[in-house]
Design a protein around this ligand. Structure first.
Ligand SMILES: O=C(O)C(=O)C[C@]1(C(=O)O)C=C[C@@H](O)C=C1
Length: 369
């Protein structure tokens, strides 16, 4: 099987990029998005288009598209038997790669340098799914992905919870007292805030934890460590100076599984539904919005508000010169869209919401309860 794998950057660029195709099992090339790399690793994902064994497409050079999703979304292969391609943000050894592999154990995990590239990779049919972090038990929400969910038109088809155990990594021969600085993803740095303060290390943010490890290894840094996973230590040949350095031993990140098509919601297993809506300004409007769920005994598991970007400020009607920010509300609730009470709740909400979109109705990941 001819395959090439690289970090996905802009899929638009990918379509015009030179493609390197190898006959081997894909070994993702890595690239520092924040640190200039001498070697361009911009081989492309277009190989996937050659992987489909579709004679018509191969002969006519036409892009072959995988079939749209059905309710069999949890299967590990696409309909032609090839492995499911799952985009994640980061380089090899990132927690997001582990999340993609937890969601789809036999998948081909495809690294992307930005969250936006992962969304686009699904939209452009370069991959079948994306697995992206949305919240962490210590660090809170990953706001960027909330904003991207709205900007793109993908559907949430599942969630995956991953226990995140951070290590302090350094080059071999480097001791803890040699370190003055540590690199990592901002969420990872936040999750280890107390430990890093105790050790007295200055912090620098990079795009993902594994990228931090790769940078420390590649540049043979002696005064800089990385907060990353033990698998990143193995991949980049670093020494583990300290294990489990997160501020709480129960450190869990929840990831969303995104696809081009929604799944047909069921009622056999516990399901969750994610929505986003906006409301008119006024006293008690949010209370009224949340009451549509309370009235039907529907439990909410998450609420997040984000500024409505294209109209961030609005004058109040009362002419007293005050201005309001407009907000979008993201809500997760414990019910399937196949349930009448969920349909009724949303019908009720629609009566006064100025905007409402269902982002997905999907099975709850019960593995970490
Ligand atoms: O940097 C990584 O390794 C990631 O996969 C990203 C990420 C995140 O965005 O929250 C994922 C899990 C951990 O919470 C820390 C970082």
């Amino acid at each position: 099987m001819a395959t090439a794998t690289s970090i996905v950057r802009s899929p638009a660029a990918l379509l015009s990029a030179k493609v390197t195709v190898s006959d081997h099992k894909p070994t993702p090339t890595v690239q520092f998005s924040r640190f200039p790399s001498k070697r361009s690793c911009f081989t492309a994902l277009l190989s996937s288009l050659h992987d489909n064994n579709n004679d018509d497409d191969n002969n006519n050079n036409v892009i072959s598209h995988p079939k749209p999703l059905s309710s069999s979304q949890l299967f590990n292969s696409v309909s032609n038997g090839s492995r499911l391609r799952v985009a994640y943000q980061g380089v090899r050894g990132a927690y997001s790669e582990a999340a993609a592999e937890k969601a789809y154990p036999n998948c081909e995990a495809v690294p992307c340098d930005q969250f936006d590239s992962a969304f686009q990779a699904v939209e452009k049919w370069l991959v079948d799914r994306a697995v992206l972090p949305i919240e962490n038990s210590l660090g809170g929400s990953i706001h960027r992905n909330y904003d991207l969910l709205l900007r793109h038109s993908l559907h949430i088809v599942g969630e995956v919870k991953l226990a995140v155990q951070h290590c302090l990594l350094a080059n071999h021969g480097v001791q803890l007292e040699d370190l003055s600085r540590v690199l990592s993803h901002p969420q990872a740095l936040a999750q280890c805030e107390n430990t890093l303060t105790k050790i007295g290390l200055s912090r620098e943010a990079v795009d993902d934890t594994a990228l931090a490890a790769k940078h420390v290894a590649l540049h043979k840094l002696k005064d800089t460590g990385a907060v990353a996973s033990s698998s990143a230590a193995k991949i980049y040949g670093l020494n583990i100076l300290a294990q489990d350095i997160q501020d709480d031993c129960d450190n869990v990140t929840r990831f969303l599984i995104l696809a081009r098509e929604p799944i047909i919601p069921g009622i056999q297993n516990p399901f969750k539904t994610s929505i986003v809506f906006s409301l008119e300004e006024g006293p008690g409007v949010l209370f009224k919005a949340l009451a549509v769920f309370a009235l039907r005994q529907i439990n909410l598991t998450k609420i997040e508000s984000r500024p409505l970007r294209n109209q961030p400020l609005r004058a109040a009607d009362d002419n007293n010169g005050s201005k309001y920010f407009d907000y979008l509300f993201y809500v997760d609730f414990e019910a399937s869209m196949a349930e009448e009470r969920a349909q009724n709740a949303l019908r009720h909400l629609k009566e006064f919401a100025t905007f409402l979109r269902v982002l997905g109705s999907y099975p709850v990941d019960t593995t970490m309860m």
